[in-house]
Design a protein around this ligand. Structure first.
Ligand SMILES: [Zn+2]
Length: 690
């Protein structure tokens, strides 16, 4: 059987890519089981090594182990996120617990931990190079945080908790996908489509065609929902879409996430208790830059009252706009974006439909590549000959200024059935110079977006937010591609989670630079660069609606922190009521709401990497706003010396340097919160006229 399994073969395609066209869902379970068994053997050889533990025979060997499993899991997770099927989902449900159990056998292996712990206790006397010392500290902490120090019954219970959490996270994500894909709004008449600009109609017509339907289909993909809420003149339909959107995960029946989220919270609290933390947030924050709930709260305190004041002012302005148009109904949640867009057009004569012809997807991809060229000397060369998992995926080999091959970059830009919502970066392989066969491995990096497809033959046009998302994910992609470390564990984006959004959010700044816009934001029909007056209006409008965006984001971050900060054994009996009362206590107007409700908050419950960690975007924004200020101070957005320091300390160093030290090495000092407040227009919020 195994010789017929393409996942277990040597992958001989270019860049060592897998033979995607021959990989089917039924290959995963046997391949994963075989790769786990072989990883266990590798680990046993390290754990039972007769030689005394040293860095090479223990840490470097550990870092080299499990590569076969790693490459199969990477393919598995990428397909599950981007091109799933009922068969693959069934494999996921079966394999979540065995994969979690495998993780437990690694991190709860006493003999293996004893060797690592012995080295860790003598770490200062080992004469290690800085990156090797960092690996020892990192891996030791990975073991401790995965329960390696637990004894007896606690140890066994910990393993059970982790397996159950993995299973529940898989089900949570599948439930959200179910609710998204089982909902659709089919519209036919002009009256139903009133207010929707051409690009929104085109995307909906395309979605209908893909489903073999006539007319227009709107789904709960973000690329459908946000434009619908922004433009539709049909208040009743806006309400329908809004209700579908916010109630994902809250439908009684098979896909209900309410009890599932409670079960996850109960297990996380138990996990934290086993580590002697009072609550899950304390456990999660112990391994971050922030380090404590108090530090996160201090950041919320800087932002929250300013955002609340800003949103009140924005609401007054919306009211005035409504009254001016003779509308006196109260503003509901499904009205806000619609009236905000009208106000934005009135104040800045700026509407997405006018802007979008300047933001063709292909041009924005080239803009991102060009910024990477000007900052870091990179070149992106299309490779249509390499295997990819879906025809939407475009592959590029990446070359450095001296023509050295850097890695492979793959971009999968379109929403489709079987692909989860949102945008993300992932890796099929991390850069490292510790390959089992010796030498180096180049990174294979992916970006996924969920842009709506255009009608056949029509160019795909992005909103400014979507173009920003493209740059954001590309920033993560560069963090993966530019990595220059020895050890795989320290490579690319595998950094502390409140640092990981710095390279991505920082990269967004270049999109807003006038010289980048003049060069790349060209009218899709005429090729004319975006007019200076439009750039100025764009910049003037940049802070428009920031109260709304900031409040919605921070509300979600506060709810995340609150629900994970409880020390009681039982989670709130009714999570929706808990969420509602917290929002009310915080003074969030119901018509503003939050980015993600708990019942579909995939950051928190489809895995644990953002649990008690949704704040990280804001934390990193302090860094990116302050970091980009360095280029302003230099008077050149592509200042070569700064770009060089940026590459070395932020994009290339992975987790090989403590992040605070890496940032200070780039910036010359620690970060200040003031540029963030200025960027969001919240710095002098009280002094601004209403
Ligand atoms: Zn990100």
């Amino acid at each position: 059987m195994s010789e017929l399994n393409p996942l277990l073969e040597q992958w001989s395609a270019a860049f060592g890519l897998p033979p995607f066209e021959r990989i089917h869902p039924e290959h995963f379970e046997p391949a994963l089981r075989a790769a786990m068994a072989s990883h266990r053997e590798e680990l046993q050889r390290i754990a039972k090594d007769a030689r005394a533990p040293d860095f090479e025979n223990t840490l470097a060997a550990f870092d080299r182990s499990g590569r076969m499993l790693g490459r199969i899991v990477a393919v598995y997770e990428n397909l599950a996120a981007s091109a799933t099927s009922p068969e693959l989902q069934a494999v996921q449900r079966r394999m979540a617990a065995p994969l979690a159990a495998h993780r437990n056998t690694i991190y709860l292996d006493e003999a293996l931990f004893a060797r690592i712990d012995a080295l860790h206790r003598r770490r200062e006397q080992l004469g290690l190079a800085p990156e090797a010392l960092r690996l020892l500290e990192r891996v030791h902490l990975d073991f401790v945080r995965a329960g390696a120090r637990l004894q007896g019954a606690d140890r066994a219970r910990y393993a059970q908790v982790m397996e159950q959490l993995a299973e529940l996270a898989t089900r949570f994500a599948q439930n959200v996908l179910h609710d998204e894909s089982s909902w659709r709004l089919e519209l036919e008449s002009e009256a139903d489509l009133a207010g929707l600009p051409g690009f929104v109609r085109d995307a909906a017509r395309q979605a209908a065609t893909e489903r073999g339907l006539d007319g227009h289909v709107f789904t709960l993909a973000r690329g459908h929902v946000i434009p619908f809420l922004t433009y539709s003149q049909r208040r009743d339909l806006r309400e329908l879409v809004w209700r579908g959107w916010v109630s994902r995960g809250e439908h009684a029946g098979e896909s209900d996430n309410r009890e599932l989220a409670r079960a996850i919270l109960r297990l996380r609290r138990e996990q934290a208790r086993l580590h002697d933390h009072a609550c899950y947030a304390d456990y999660a924050l112990a391994d971050t830059m922030a380090r404590s709930r108090a530090a996160v709260q201090a950041l919320f305190d800087e932002v929250w009252p300013r955002a609340l004041a800003a949103v009140q002012r924005e609401r007054e302005a919306l009211r005035a706009q409504m009254l001016a148009e003779g509308v006196s109904t109260p503003i509901e949640a499904w009205d806000w974006r619609y009236w905000a867009e009208k106000l934005r057009q009135a104040q800045y004569a700026l509407d997405d439909a006018e802007l979008k012809p300047y933001f063709a997807l292909d041009a924005m991809v080239q803009a991102a590549f060009d910024c990477a060229a000007r900052l870091f000397g990179l070149r992106f060369v299309p490779r249509e000959d390499v295997p990819v998992y879906h025809p939407d995926v475009k592959a590029y080999e990446v070359r450095d200024a001296d023509d050295t091959l850097v890695g492979l970059f793959m971009q999968d830009n379109f929403a489709r059935e079987g692909k989860r919502s949102g945008a993300w970066m992932s890796a099929l392989r991390w850069q490292n110079r510790n390959a089992p066969q010796g030498g180096a491995e180049l990174p294979l990096i992916l970006n996924n977006n969920n842009f709506a497809r255009s009608a056949p033959g029509q160019p795909v046009l992005l909103s400014i937010d979507e173009a920003r998302t493209l740059f954001h994910e590309f920033g993560h992609g560069l963090h993966g591609l530019l990595s220059q470390v020895r050890f795989a564990r320290l490579s690319g984006t595998q950094v502390l989670r409140d640092f990981v959004e710095l390279p991505s959010q920082l990269f967004e700044h270049w999109l807003a630079e006038p010289e980048v816009l003049r060069r790349h934001a060209r009218h899709v029909r005429t090729g004319e660069p975006i007019p200076q007056a439009l750039i100025e209006r764009l910049q003037a409008a940049q802070r428009f609606g920031q109260g709304y965006e900031t409040l919605r984001y921070t509300a979600s971050a506060i709810v995340d922190m609150a629900v994970h900060s409880r020390s009681e054994a039982e989670p709130p009996a009714d999570l929706c009521a808990f969420e509602a009362s917290l929002l009310a206590a915080q003074g969030v107007p119901p018509e503003v709401g939050m980015n993600h409700r708990l019942v579909h908050f995939q950051h928190l419950f489809s895995g644990s990497s953002y649990a008690a960690g949704y704040y990280v975007y804001l934390w990193a924004e302090v860094l990116d706003a302050d970091g980009f200020e360095a280029f302003r101070e230099a008077g050149d957005p592509f200042d070569p010396q700064l770009a060089q320091r940026l590459r070395r300390w932020i994009y290339a160093s992975g987790n090989s340097v403590e992040p605070g030290a890496a940032y200070a090495a780039f910036r010359g000092r620690a970060a200040s919160v003031a540029p963030l407040l200025r960027k969001r227009g919240l710095a002098d919020v009280d002094a601004q006229p209403a």
